[in-house]
Design a protein around this ligand. Structure first.
Ligand SMILES: [Zn+2]
Ligand SMILES: [Zn+2]
Length: 257
């Protein structure tokens, strides 16, 4: 039997555009067997997705995606860690999410002031896309700038110029584990800071990072993701095998835009 799975999906509780119930309905309609909701730095959509899954008889895995910092030979890089089968009521997880929420708010305030200082006509209300929205990420800034006709060509560079405080990748893995979950390295090929994908050096650097994270209880690697072509995905599968890591597949769906 061919099992259809998507272990990496975002809802409007982070920077996706769809309601969790609509996401589950959509995946059910496309004959998927399993979907994991993995919103950035939060689990607010999980309960709704699980209830929708029960109603539609579709397996929904409670998940999260945490952006963690990682010291790569003195250079700070960002790694995304996915967590699956987490207990969303776990105290350590809740505390970590609260910390991430506060640092995001702080970043958003500073980023808004920065943009206003550069002459962009943007106010806080422009970033809100639906009633009750709590999460505001860089895509909200990008969309708001676009709506107001002021998005520059280098919009992501501009938005990346104001950083926020992160938890470390180790901390992300350990908090996921504490919440009873399994930590997986997301889209390894998006780690642009460690080299160009065409060069062997990239793969050696990635291998070293994976070896280190494995020592810190990493349990899997997202080998199948839109960032990896067929041959690259197979290389990742071989690496996952070398470190006895689970192999996962995710689309990183954010909604049809
Ligand atoms: Zn990610
Ligand atoms: Zn993602």
């Amino acid at each position: 039997m061919n099992y259809k799975v998507d272990y990496h999906v975002h809802s409007y509780f982070s920077d996706g555009t769809m309601k969790p119930t609509d996401l589950v309905k959509m995946y059910k309609g496309r004959d998927y067997d399993v979907v994991a909701l993995t919103d950035h730095d939060g689990v607010d959509g999980v309960y709704e997705a699980v209830i929708a899954g029960e109603a539609l008889e579709m397996k929904v895995i409670p998940g999260i995606e945490i952006g963690g910092s990682y010291d790569f030979g003195g250079q700070e890089i960002e790694l995304h860690i996915l967590g699956y089968h987490i207990d969303t009521e776990n105290a350590a997880l809740k505390a970590c999410i609260e910390k991430l929420r506060a640092s995001r708010r702080d970043r958003n305030e500073r980023l808004l002031v920065h943009l206003q200082g550069l002459g962009y006509d943007l106010v806080y209300e422009d970033l809100i896309e639906r009633p009750g929205q709590d999460y505001i990420g860089k895509p909200n800034f990008a969309r708001a700038l676009k709506r107001k006709g002021g998005a520059p060509d280098n919009v992501w560079e501009l938005l990346d110029s104001v950083e926020r405080e992160r938890v470390s990748a180790y901390e992300a893995i350990s908090v996921i584990q504490e919440a009873g979950g399994m930590a997986v390295l997301a889209h390894p090929l998006k780690t642009k800071e460690i080299g160009s994908l065409e060069e062997e050096n990239f793969w050696n650097n990635l291998d070293a990072i994976v070896a280190d994270l494995k020592k810190h209880s990493l349990k899997g690697m997202e080998c199948y993701h839109p960032s990896a072509d067929h041959d690259q995905a197979l290389k990742l599968v071989v690496m996952a095998g070398k470190y006895h890591l689970h192999i996962t597949e995710g689309s990183d769906f954010h909604g049809d835009e």
